[in-house]
Design a binder for this molecule. Sequence first.
Ligand code: FES
Length: 145
Amino acid sequence: MTGMRSCSRRQFHGLVLAGAGFAVLGCNQGAAPDGTVAAAMGRVTLPFAMFPKLGAVGGSVVVDVTGEFPIVVVRTSDTAATALSATCTHAACLVDYAAAANDLHCPCHDANFALDGSVKNGPTIIPLPVYPAQVGADAIVVNLT
Ligand code: FES
């Protein structure tokens, strides 16, 4: 399903700084977020009770972070997770995890990113920012600072 959302000021500025001045064209499409959370001291806590898909290896969510930017989090093992900006660096659609290819896919113009943020295929050449993520007993904590 395609999510309908607008660009946050931070998304827009980030893309302009990245040289993607045409970014406003894609801010209303892409993956639908699985939920919204607030950051505290630059950290985002994603409880398994709220995001049960993260409780199992291979699970993933796209989350809107209030006052920040959307992130995509993938549970990669029992003890590890990967967190990246979910805003495609081409024109700001939301990317989502594609389990079959084990990568991040943008549905707007078919860009694919590896889980380390690197571009597998364009149209963009700009990688996705990656953020440290720790798997705890009840939640995954992502550090956005
Ligand atoms: S917005 Fe064009 S590939 Fe993602």
